[in-house]
Design a protein around this ligand. Structure first.
Ligand code: ATP
Ligand code: MG
Length: 397
């Protein structure tokens, strides 16, 4: 039993001592059995939310309408969710009604995949009602119950299947896969933010190539923003054996293969509802990808991209085991300056010395100095900078 579970044991025991059932459930059980690190401990219980709250001093109603109460214990928060069933998925996503129940079986039945429908009791005993342990041993993602029904209830599950296949390096069981292919269009009912989260996790998974292949063969890709006309490019990416480590790298890899530049990237990522900072970094990283692969990178390009985007571009291009692009990291480290503030002269000093007055020309001059220093055309020393200013302003030496 991992530490995270050990620390939560007093919570399970307290609920049980009050006469209810309590189990670890979901991803933390799956990941523990697979020997993977766990990130959040989910607890399921037969106690109703009001009963859970009455047992603990400090609780927060994080999702009380769905039966989830957070218990605060020595600085850690544990989500405790009442066993529930769901019904009335009118819009192919999230249920209209949840009903609290006392039966673990009913709760496990509503879960998406057999490997996610395991419960672990306080003494480490596993409840496996749908063959999740066997599927785990066989490295298979399989829907609980009829896949067609389950994807009709909640179309996000199709994305989750592909994401888990990538993260765990598992296959998707044949009927489950057929269900995804049949219902791929339902993805359009799902909020883009939720597709986004699953897609990025999939692309960063251990077997991302498998994930992207599955996205293509099931036709899920056709129902994702901006992908419908990009089959060939997505196939080309899947063939390269890519490896990306963060969201910016995911999108820059795509933009590079789509041959997209700044305005197109902005439109594409707005459609995916990406954050503005991500969009900015993706544009800078993608421009570097074009330049690095054309062997046409200036110090100024590296400087403008910033260290983290140089690293992003190098990581993307080094995938597959080469280190041939790592030199750009050294080039970045050797830039004369990495920030305008490091210029050895300020606008104030130029004014005070009577060289320039406050005017647009002052700003232009500082921009010129910044670029000239980065490109090693001017030394970053006060006298050299002043001489360069006079050259820039008067056009003489
Ligand atoms: P992760 O490692 O990404 O947290 P997870 O399996 O824990 O994976 P969560 O989104 O944290 O995923 O959900 C916890 C559990 O809730 C799942 O293991 C599964 O049993 C259930 N679950 C989550 N989303 C769905 C869904 N859309 N349909 C059915 N069951 C779901
Ligand atoms: Mg989880």
């Amino acid at each position: 039993i991992p530490n995270e579970f050990q620390e939560a044991l007093p919570i399970l025991r307290k609920i049980e001592q009050a006469g209810f059932e309590a189990y670890f459930v979901g991803g933390s059980v799956r990941d523990t059995l697979l020997g993977r690190p766990i990130h959040d401990v989910d607890i399921a219980t037969s106690a109703y939310p009001s009963e859970v709250k009455s047992l603990f001093r400090r609780t927060v109603d994080t999702g009380i309408e769905h039966g989830t109460v957070m218990i605060l214990d020595h600085g850690t928060g544990y989500e405790v969710t009442t066993f529930r069933t769901e019904s009335g998925y009118q819009d192919y996503r999230r249920p209209d009604h949840v009903k609290f129940v006392r039966s673990l079986k009913e709760d496990l039945k509503r879960r998406d995949f057999t490997i996610n429908a395991l419960a672990m009791s306080e003494n480490g005993q596993i409840t496996d009602l749908f063959g999740g342990l066997a599927d785990m041993a066989a490295h298979v993602i399989k829907a609980v119950g009829d896949p067609n029904e389950r994807f009709n209830e909640d179309a996000l599950r199709m994305m989750r299947a592909v994401r888990f296949a990538s993260q765990l390096d598992f296959k998707i069981e044949a009927n489950t896969l057929a269900g995804i292919s049949r219902h791929s269009q339902l993805l359009e009912k799902i909020a883009v933010e939720r597709i986004h989260a699953e897609f990025v996790k999939m692309m960063m998974g251990k077997d991302a190539k498998r994930g992207l292949d599955l996205t293509l063969i099931t036709n899920l890709y056709r129902h994702m923003p901006g992908f419908a006309s990009k089959k060939a490019q997505l196939q080309a990416i899947a063939t390269t054996g890519f490896s990306v480590q963060n969201e910016v790298q995911v999108w820059a890899l795509l933009a590079f293969y789509f041959n997209d530049h700044s305005e197109q990237i902005k439109r594409f990522l707005k459609a995916w509802k990406s954050a503005n900072q991500v969009i900015e970094d993706v544009i800078l990283t993608t421009e570097l990808l074009f330049k690095m692969t054309a062997d046409d990178v200036s110090n100024w390009d590296l400087y403008r991209a910033g260290q983290r985007n140089v690293q992003n571009a190098v990581t993307i291009l080094n995938a597959g085991g080469t280190t041939s692009f790592s030199d750009y990291l050294n080039d970045y480290d050797q830039l004369p300056i990495t920030n305008k503030k490091q210029l050895q002269i300020t606008g104030g000093e130029l004014i005070k010395a009577g060289i320039l007055s406050p005017s647009p020309l002052l700003g232009q001059t500082l921009n010129y100095l910044e670029k000239a220093v980065v490109q090693a055309e001017v030394t970053n020393e006060k006298q050299a900078l002043i001489a360069a200013v006079s050259h820039f302003v008067n056009g003489d030496d």
